[in-house]
Design a protein around this ligand. Structure first.
Ligand code: NAD
Ligand code: NAG
Length: 452
């Protein structure tokens, strides 16, 4: 098509105008884009500094979905006069020469029971817990409510939150730390190994770093585990037996904790007592443990798996009732000597101890199930399978001679009596029917829905 020079000129001019307008528009929008980007970047920088201050460059938390430490809340709410007043009030002892105890993992099973027992006898107790979702956090919240009814304040923070720990030690001259916060559970370590490293190793070291620098240095009692005995063949398990063959990463991190405790005792004069708990159970217990989920599954008519060893033997555990463990924890606190250092300097040798806290009477898991069947009035739908190699050990049995000698530890609750109390709590807490059989009740009919 032929075009006159005029039209061409005009078209060129028009296209020139269009280009100019486009450039203007582009300039304007790019300015806007630049400002928006800057704003977003600033907001992101702000949020990240607040959320991840003390462990910059350490990717552990990012790999550990169970440990999304809420440093935002710690940094924001962990200040102010009324917050500080609660911290002081909760940790002030109400008896002469009473302790002032920081209980880590206080929203946990053992932590809740120990906090209540300490408070009851007049010690000051301050709780710390990150409320992670390894198991149903609503159970941790319910325990927190129970604690707050007894004037125990719980700080929601992670063990790795150094500024928060420093702040607590600035406000309160803790005489003792009962360190129970940890990533527990043997099997979950294969799914989320980093969460064990973050809490049981990094978190423990962080706590020890703050404690060693504190004035006064507190005495520390902390939870190790019977799992450190791993593939040990001695029976019963005694403290001097070998613990260098852990069968799970959980066990390895607890063993590491015992060695780290040695180091901090040696270098800084921290008084440190490790307690090797043996399968603790009872009211307010942990939903990830067999006695707990067996109860749930039996009531729902679901099949439960009972492990046997590759040699066809029954798996057995030295089940220890919570009240006995609490007495052991308090006994360890009462006999703990003062740390000898101050301001990060050692001034003399300090106490370093390790104790078994067990029941001294292993029970086959099949027997556990028949006790539960009796208490619930429901027949279990059982399947016996060979134990997979998932970190569990076939057998545990505690020798508690040492704890008995040093602080009179003597377990008094057998599995049937302890499970009765657990089941009573369970049906009450979850509002389950039928009611638990009373001591003298004759047969209760099984509920209609219990069999598939
Ligand atoms: N229950 C047992 O049979 C048993 C046996 C051997 C050892 N233990 C040890 O005893 C201690 C208490 O066990 P439990 O049964 O009460 O377990 P639990 O899981 O009920 O309690 C641990 C608590 O610590 C908190 N926590 C975990 N990581 C944290 C972190 N990084 N910062 C702050 N809080 C954190 C959790 O939210 C939880 O509430 C643990 O150290 C556990 O390893 C328990
Ligand atoms: C139990 O441990 C004590 C040391 O605390 C030891 O003397 C004793 O021999 C142990 N008993 C058994 C049966 O292993």
């Amino acid at each position: 098509m032929a075009t006159s020079p005029e039209t061409t000129k005009l078209e060129r001019y028009n296209s020139y105008l269009r280009r100019v307008n486009n450039t203007k528009l582009l300039a304007a929008s790019s300015k806007l884009l630049f400002r928006a980007t800057l704003l977003i970047a600033l907001v992101l920088v702000f949020v990240f500094t607040i959320n991840y201050p003390p462990i910059g460059g350490d990717g552990n938390f990012l790999n550990a979905p169970m440990h999304t430490p809420n440093f935002l809340s710690a940094a924001f709410y962990g200040s102010g006069a009324s917050w500080e007043k609660q911290v002081r009030h909760s940790s002030t002892p109400r008896r002469p020469n009473g302790f002032s105890v920081l209980v880590t993992g206080a929203a946990g099973f053992v932590g809740t029971h120990c906090s209540l027992a300490l408070k009851k006898r007049g010690d000051g107790v301050l709780g710390l817990d990150n409320f992670n979702s390894y198991y149903d956090p609503s159970l941790k919240r319910a325990r927190q409510k129970l604690l707050s009814r007894h004037q125990i304040f719980l700080v929601e923070a992670d063990l790795n939150d150094t500024p928060m720990l420093n702040k607590l030690f600035d406000i309160v001259p803790f005489t003792h730390v009962l360190h129970l916060a940890a990533q527990a559970g043997v099997r979950y370590a294969m799914q989320n190994p980093q969460s064990y490293v973050a809490s049981n190793i990094a978190g423990f070291v962080n706590l020890l770093e703050v404690a060693k620098a504190a004035n006064p240095q507190p005495a520390i009692v902390w939870a190790s585990s019977s799992s450190v005995y791993g593939l040990n063949k001695e029976n019963p398990f005694s403290e001097r037996d070998r613990t260098d063959q852990p069968a799970s990463l959980y066990a390895a991190t607890k063993k590491a904790g015992e060695e780290i405790a040695h180091t901090y005792n040696h270098i800084y004069g921290l008084s440190l007592t490790g307690l090797r708990f043996f399968t603790v159970y009872g009211p307010w217990g942990r939903p990830d443990m067999a006695y707990f989920f067996f109860t749930k599954d039996i009531l729902q008519g679901k099949e439960i798996s009972i492990y046997k060893t590759p040699e066809g033997k029954e798996v057995a555990r030295d089940f220890t009732y919570i009240d006995d463990v609490v007495k052991g924890c308090l006994g360890a606190l009462d006999t703990a000597q003062k740390s000898t250092g101050s301001g990060g300097q050692k001034h003399g040798p300090a106490q370093l101890r390790v104790y078994n806290l067990g029941n001294t009477s292993p029970v086959p898991v099949g027997r556990l199930v028949s006790i539960l069947e009796g208490l619930l009035g429901v027949k279990a739908n059982k399947r016996v399978i060979t134990m997979p190699r998932n970190g569990d050990v076939p057998y545990t049995h505690a020798n508690v001679t040492l704890a008995h000698k040093d602080f009179g530890y003597k377990p008094t609750t057998d599995l049937a009596a302890g499970l009765r109390k657990f089941v009573k709590w369970y049906v009450g807490y979850y509002g389950v029917q039928p009611r638990v059989k009373k001591e003298n009740d004759v047969e209760l009919p099984a509920p209609e829905s219990s069999h598939a």
